[in-house]
Write a protein that binds this ligand. Sequence first.
Ligand code: ZN
Length: 278
Amino acid sequence: MRLGAHLSIAKGLDKAAETAANIGANTFQFFTRNPRGGRARIITEKEAASWQAKRRQHDLFPVVGHLPYTVNMAAAAEKSFAFAKMVISDDLQRMDAVGVEYLVVHPGSHVGAGREKGIKKIIESLEEAFIPSRGKTMLLLETMAGQGTEVGSLRDIQEILSALGHPERLGVCLDTCHLTAAGYDFLQKEEVARLADDLAELVGLERVKALHINDSMFPPNSKRDRHARIGQGYLGREGILNVIAHPVFSGLPLLLETPVDDYLEYKDEIELLRSWTE
Ligand SMILES: [Zn+2]
């Protein structure tokens, strides 16, 4: 099982690799730049070399970058739209340069312009910033909770993928909390099977590359994105296990994004999850 958590690279990618090893992770995720702003750290050659050695030493694969929340590909406002395209194009290059396998992005929010306009903007952003990009890093669109004016249901993602002609390096990242909020009830095994069927039909299972493993503070269909710690929300042991034991999801890298005060607390959650699946 590939299991890890969202960590900080503020002190360096190589330091994050050490933290990952300390918490018993064999994969991890990090923000590619300041999550609420957008400033990017320069990753020096020295750091990159130390990072490559550490990830091999600690067997950290795959590794996932997450774009900041300020990136909104669906934005109608020109300034935000231009920022989103700049960051996507830049971070695809930055991540490829350090061998990061996946880059996750929230599709965006239409902020009142309507779903169709939002989807059109997302397609336009990807046409300009993603399609011309080269390298190996795959861009993953994350499935969202449907909160406010968020775009990012499986149907939205299907529309985006087909408008772009299903590019090879464009995939999907799931989130157990978001999917609960969007209406799947993982306390029932049939609902996990329904998700697998929907993914196969709408996006293709081969495109699903990562899973954010979070409990949800609210029950299904709340349209509210509030992560809870493992075992402390609606899903509990049963809901989480129903998902991660299912053959479609069991091979995915599982990344915790639960509310902790210190990254080292993820060690307990990783141990808990491992004890459940043994
Ligand atoms: Zn996310």
